[in-house]
Write a protein that binds this ligand. Structure first.
Ligand code: GRF
Length: 202
């Protein structure tokens, strides 16, 4: 299965996908795309020989229409937003219905939406006095963090002393559930119903 991955920064989720030996057998990452000209995640991609693209307008960038055409030509079956902080242009979302997923570092539908990214999410969770947080993988629609939920896992934060500590615990879960969901897509084990999404077990 050919996949494309969108990133905005550090790329630890990208690295987790690349490190997964089972995934290596069943997926091929054909592009890593960012809203940035350069970022740590691009370095990770280049080390693995993966083509990188900056989305936008201008000579050194690729616009949403061109990217959509490229993905369709390259037979991309899944687009993964792995720490991508911008809204995805509608043309891409419409061209890949139910084929675009995002990892969010909290338990949606709480702590999501515009502005809820990176450490902001963990600050909000910390300030809310919640005892658990976690990560969510969901389908992408045209608004932030509202698509159907595919997978979630929670983590105890009752003794966490800072938002940074919550971020660290949640990131470990992200690195586990995102590769798992990609695997389920590649093995065609995702059943999308009208309200709920099922991951079919063995
Ligand atoms: C992750 O927590 C992701 O869920 C969030 O931004 C962070 C990016 O991490 N939206 P990385 O770039 O994958 O290291």
């Amino acid at each position: 299965m050919n996949i494309a991955i969108f990133v905005s920064g550090r790329g630890s989720n990208l690295q987790a996908i690349l490190n997964d030996s089972e995934l290596k057998q069943i997926i091929s990452i054909i592009a890593v795309v960012s809203d940035k000209i350069d970022c740590k995640a691009f370095e990770i991609a280049r080390k693995s020989g993966i083509e990188t693209y900056t989305i936008g307008d201008g000579d050194t960038k690729i616009n949403a229409e061109q990217l959509t055409k490229k993905f369709l030509d390259l037979d991309v079956s899944l687009i993964v937003l792995a720490g991508y902080l911008k809204l995805i242009p509608d043309v891409l979302i419409k061209s890949f219905p139910n084929k675009m997923i995002n990892i969010h570092p909290a338990l949606l539908p709480s702590f999501g939406g515009k502005g809820m990214y990176g450490i902001n999410v963990h600050k909000a969770v910390f300030d809310s006095s919640a005892k658990v947080s976690g990560a969510t993988v969901h389908l992408v629609d045209s608004t932030y963090d509202t698509g159907k939920i595919i997978a979630q896992q929670c983590v105890d934060i009752s003794d966490a002393s800072s938002p940074e500590e919550i971020a660290e615990r949640v990131l470990k879960i992200e690195h586990k559930i995102l590769p798992e969901v990609i695997k389920a897509f590649a093995l065609k084990k995702i059943k999308i119903g009208s309200n709920r999404i099922e991951i079919i077990k063995e």
